[in-house]
Ligand binder design. Structure first.
Ligand code: ASP
Length: 591
């Protein structure tokens, strides 16, 4: 039906007859001449209909926004003074000769060029219209380019694309499961995979050696701007490769992707142990574009007679750290109050600070609500330790280490953004040497990665000192986002049983939940490992998008619903009966 896409037309087409199909983006009546901006997935072309085309002119007069039309005409240069350098097709226009209305359109719920003022709910409800907008088209096209480049890289490195089940058993990745009731097995449920983790390990037992899948994963957890209940992973697993091999190969994949699609050279990715990342940046996914660092001052604060500081400084689980901001003395009281409020989200009870006005004057040259509680020599030693000079500000966090890390870590990011402290555009790294376990809310241990991650110590050492044990896990971090993470896995049944034991999973429970894995480990399981990249997040970063929903064709809202199809929805009694389900009354939450 068409000879070209609208967006393809250039001056090289001048004089050619073309047939275009697309949507009427805009229609303008210029005193007897009708201009149609015709849009398709490639762009917009301007079409002009003169009255001498008779019935075609009349049709052009009748069309409205978002009508679907076919236009036949000749490409010509735009008259002098009307060239539009903003448009790819801005040097030409099409002199329309014939117009066919292929379909009409009701008035769209929002103008396609005015989406900014339209609420996200409306955009999501009419997503099929929202997706017509050139920037949305661009993002999804870019996403497709990314998946195609990744497939190409993995295919040419002998990886096999193998699908794994969606209706399955729970795969623990630290979130709640989405469950699907079984009709054929009364009172039993499938779980949607939180990741293909166990199946990809089983594929290694089967000898496939190199597997990948662009896989949908499902996690029922509280949603944030960069999370979705169903999301896509680039899931990878290999046999007979250690962490060096796996990191090297996937680093090359991401580097090539950036180089080929964005013309960006990421360079070698530095490696940073988890403990160092937490100490210097308060985060296991540090944004290395920001030059600020947390500096430990516990030793100095142990002796001061100021409870707020000496309490955490003397507590083995506490931490007192400083964050020095060059030139930060210009921050107003109001800004500091706002930062104090900001870090309270992370549990911080306050934000102590010292402004450096005239360091030559010693303590007299400093301004701070806290220095009166500390001896002058300690304060000056502090200033020296953090390297503060005139015009700087030093912030302090003093609390449980977890709270200090989270609050100063986030303050660091916020200051980086607010004061535009970025030193480069892209800062990738690998975070390595993660602890095997972390304490959960009930004082027990949970896996920091997942329970199939290999420790870097023996089973005996693991049992002896689980809190100190490190894992063979690695995360790829880019600009403060975890792009991907993985590990070398446990391939030995005894070690897997030991890890379950340390996690407080009884033999019966381990058998019941993971018996199939424990069995498989007995039948010649090769050493193996892999990782998974979050595709949505990768696309978001590469397209410079703020929200993950902008790079997914049909995303869920923040409350995990689809407003387009009104899912989740109620189901009828007959269907429930088939599934052996009787609903409980839901108490309405108090207004
Ligand atoms: N299954 C892990 C995840 O989803 C990734 C991996 O270990 O390969 O985070």
């Amino acid at each position: 039906m068409r000879s070209q896409y609208c967006g393809e037309l250039r001056s090289s087409h001048i004089g050619q007859e073309v047939t275009l199909c697309g949507w009427v983006h805009r229609r303008r009546d210029h005193g007897g001449v009708i201009f149609l901006d015709l849009r398709d997935r490639d762009g917009i072309a301007q079409v002009v209909f003169d009255p001498d085309t008779g019935k075609h002119f009349e049709l052009a007069d009748k069309v409205r926004n978002e009508y679907v039309v076919q236009v036949k005409g000749f490409v010509r240069a735009r008259p002098e003074g009307t060239v539009n350098p903003e448009m790819g097709t801005g040097e030409i226009e099409v002199l329309g000769k014939e117009l066919v209305i292929l379909n009409s359109s009701a008035t769209p719920p929002f103008q396609l060029d005015e989406h900014q003022s339209v609420g996200e709910d409306v955009r999501l409800k009419y997503r099929y219209i929202d997706l017509r907008r050139p920037e949305m088209q661009e993002k999804l096209r870019f996403r497709s380019k990314i998946t195609s480049a990744i497939r190409h890289y993995l295919d040419s490195n002998d990886f096999l694309d193998i699908e794994t089940p969606i209706l399955t058993r729970a795969t623990p990745e630290g979130a709640r499961d989405y469950l699907v009731p079984s009709r054929t097995h009364a009172n039993n449920f499938f779980a949607l995979p939180q990741s293909p983790q166990l199946f990809k390990q089983l594929l290694m037992v089967s000898g496939f050696d190199r597997y990948y899948q662009i896989a949908k994963c499902f996690r029922d957890e509280d949603l944030r701007a960069d999370r979705q209940p169903e999301f896509t992973q680039i899931d990878i697993e290999t046999s007979f490769m250690d962490e060096e091999g796996i990191m090297g190969m996937t680093e090359k994949m991401i580097s090539q992707l950036f180089s080929n699609l964005l013309d960006v050279e990421l360079g070698d990715f530095p490696r940073m142990p988890y403990a160092e990342a937490m100490r210097r940046y308060g985060s296991d996914k540090p944004d290395l574009r920001i030059p600020l660092e947390l500096i430990d001052v516990d030793d100095l604060m142990q002796k001061v007679d100021f409870k707020v500081f000496n309490g955490p400084a003397n507590d083995p689980k506490g931490r007192v750290a400083a964050l020095m901001v060059k030139g930060g003395a210009r921050l107003s009281r109001k800004q500091i109050d706002d930062y104090t409020k900001y870090i309270s989200i992370y549990g911080a009870r306050g934000l102590a600070w010292i402004k450096v006005n005239e360091i030559e004057k010693g303590i007299e040259g400093l301004q701070s609500p806290i220095i009166k509680f500390m001896p002058a020599d300690v304060v000056m030693e502090l200033m020296e330790r953090v390297g503060a000079a005139n015009g700087d500000i030093v912030f302090f966090g003093a609390d449980q280490a977890k709270i200090v890390n989270e609050s100063l870590g986030h303050l660091r990011l916020k200051l980086g953004e607010d004061l535009d402290l970025y030193t480069c555009q892209w800062a990738p790294l690998w975070v390595v040497d993660f602890p095997m376990f972390e304490e959960d809310d009930k004082g027990g241990l949970t896996s920091l990665h997942h329970p199939f991650t290999a420790p870097s110590c023996s089973p005996e050492e693991l049992v002896e000192n689980p809190e100190q044990a490190l894992s063979r896990a690695y995360d790829m971090v880019l600009n403060g986002c975890e792009l991907g993470g993985g590990s070398v896995r446990i391939h030995d049944q005894a070690m897997q049983e030991t890890v379950f034991k340390v996690l407080g999973i009884s033999d019966e429970e381990a058998r019941e939940k993971f018996g199939f894995l424990l069995d498989a480990l007995q039948f010649g399981c090769p050493p193996h490992g892999g990782l998974a990249f979050g595709l949505d997040r990768l696309v978001m970063l590469m397209t410079g998008t703020q929200s993950i929903r902008e790079v997914i064709a049909f995303p869920k809202t923040q409350s995990a619903a689809c407003v387009l199809t009104a899912a989740p929805g109620e189901v009828g009694n007959a269907q429930l009966r088939d599934l052996h389900i009787k609903l409980r009354k839901v108490e309405k939450a108090a207004e």
